[in-house]
Design a protein around this ligand. Structure first.
Ligand SMILES: C[S@@+](CC[C@H](N)C(=O)[O-])C[C@H]1O[C@@H](n2cnc3c(N)ncnc32)[C@H](O)[C@@H]1O
Length: 406
């Protein structure tokens, strides 16, 4: 049997339509949905190409470069910008009925394959007719049984959350992945999934993200893992990665930031700290609360580059028999400068009011417990083009009736 050298490997998918361009250019690629796959590829990794239409697997190839964006911007008409240059790794073999083979080997094309799975798949692809299923599977099971952790259990890009596609976001946990994001003991800590979704949707690697009220540093931790630069401030930092600063004056240049995320106080419901400039001391029923947060909005507007995004998380208040639409009030302030991209409803979980006592109170005294927060996704408008094209109405397209009926 042909010997294989092993390392990590990755399976890239293509279709009947895109396959030829993969081979002509010796370039594999993904769209934004699977961009993590590309950024996980390092020069020298083993690669396979899976044609999803014909159910055929080709291999093996090697990565000639690390995976990155737009190596050949015009390839596939710009539709698959996350790319890696490849070269043949010896003779290229073709495996038909690929889905069944991958399933038998316990391999998903969506994850990074560790050394064991790479060895398994490479051995099969190089020697499909002489492959001793029993021996290899036994060997892998044996190693697992010996208590050794397979590398794939340590590293899987798809331990990352799935990106949201609707306007209703619901997270049962505060964080994801194997490293903590922020401190889930910090009162008012932000669900890391929210920041992850904004960062992935609205920024590129190395972009600058700013959180002016960052508390325990959830934004910093998410950005680090995604290869984004991050500057995080708080009036009283609760993490060494957060710098002390009042959000009403941010020490950054105009138009220098690619994304601002902010999870501000919702009123005076949480005692974050004792600092006199903590906006969390001011009641959401007071005008001063909104005036101060509008100063923060102006600063966010000033530091953002035109066309870039601000995500603002906020919840309403029901205190002492009085409802305050904090979200609507904040939204009105945001609309003074920003354009709305969308409004997300984030389900509130892990609330202190998630108890039987509060359930009974809500029914007895006829009020509702807070069940959601708003995530306002706002855009700093781009400057209007000076020369505006005249809108031409092509009346001839509309049929006109000969007689007017009155
Ligand atoms: C909802 S918490 C943010 C939680 C944070 N995103 C996290 O995950 O840990 C609101 C934060 O606003 C901060 N804050 C209140 N007033 C501030 C001010 N004037 N300038 C900066 N931060 C302020 C509080 O200290 C608190 O940490």
């Amino acid at each position: 049997m042909q010997q294989v050298s092993t390392t990590r490997s990755h399976i890239f998918a293509c279709t009947e339509k895109s396959q030829q361009e993969c081979f002509n250019r010796m370039l594999f690629s993904t769209n934004k949905v699977y961009e993590d796959k590309i950024f996980a590829v390092k020069k020298g990794d083993i690669l396979f190409l899976l044609n999803l239409d014909s159910n055929t697997l080709y291999g093996t190839f090697r990565a000639k470069s690390d995976g990155r964006k737009n190596i050949v911007p015009e390839a596939w008409g710009g539709g698959y910008p996350f790319q890696v240059e490849v070269e043949k790794n010896g003779e290229i073999n073709t495996i038909t009925n690929a889905a069944t083979i991958l399933s038998k080997l316990g391999i998903s094309w969506k994850i990074v394959l560790d050394e064991d799975k790479t060895k398994l798949l490479t051995t099969y692809v190089m020697n499909p007719n002489r492959f001793a299923w029993g021996d290899l599977i036994h060997e892998i099971r044996g190693r697992k049984g010996n208590g050794k952790t397979l590398a794939s259990e340590k590293y899987d890009v798809y331990e990352k959350p799935k990106l949201e596609s609707t306007t209703l976001w619901d997270y049962p946990r505060q964080s994801y992945g194997k490293t903590p994001k922020g401190n889930n003991k910090y009162a008012g800590v932000t669900p890391a999934f929210i920041i992850y979704n904004l960062v992935k949707r609205y920024t590129e690697p190395n972009d600058l993200v700013v959180d002016p009220m960052a508390g325990s540093g959830t934004t910093v931790d998410v950005c680090r893992e995604e290869g984004r630069r991050c500057i995080a401030y708080d009036i009283v930092p609760a993490s060494p990665n957060v710098v002390s600063n009042d959000a009403r004056k941010i020490p950054l240049d105009d138009k220098s930031v690619d994304l601002v995320f902010i999870d501000s106080p919702y009123g005076d419901n949480i005692a974050y700290n004792t600092h006199e400039k903590n906006i969390g001391w001011i009641s959401a029923e007071a005008d001063e609360f909104y005036q101060d947060l509008e100063k923060v909005m102006s600063e966010c507007y000033r530091i953002l580059k035109p066309g870039k995004v601000l995500g603002w998380l906020i919840g309403d208040q029901w205190v002492k028999k009085k409802f305050t639409p904090v979200g609507f009030n904040i939204y009105q302030g945001l609309c003074k400068n920003f354009e709305t991209l969308d409004i997300i409803c984030v389900v509130r979980r892990s609330q202190t009011s998630n108890t039987g006592i509060w359930y009974n109170r809500a029914l007895r005294f006829n009020f509702y417990l807070r069940g959601f927060k708003y995530l306002f996704i706002m855009k700093k408008p781009e400057p209007k083009l000076k020369v505006q094209r005249k809108r031409i109405v092509r009346w001839s397209k509309y049929s006109r009736s000969k007689t007017m009926v009155t």
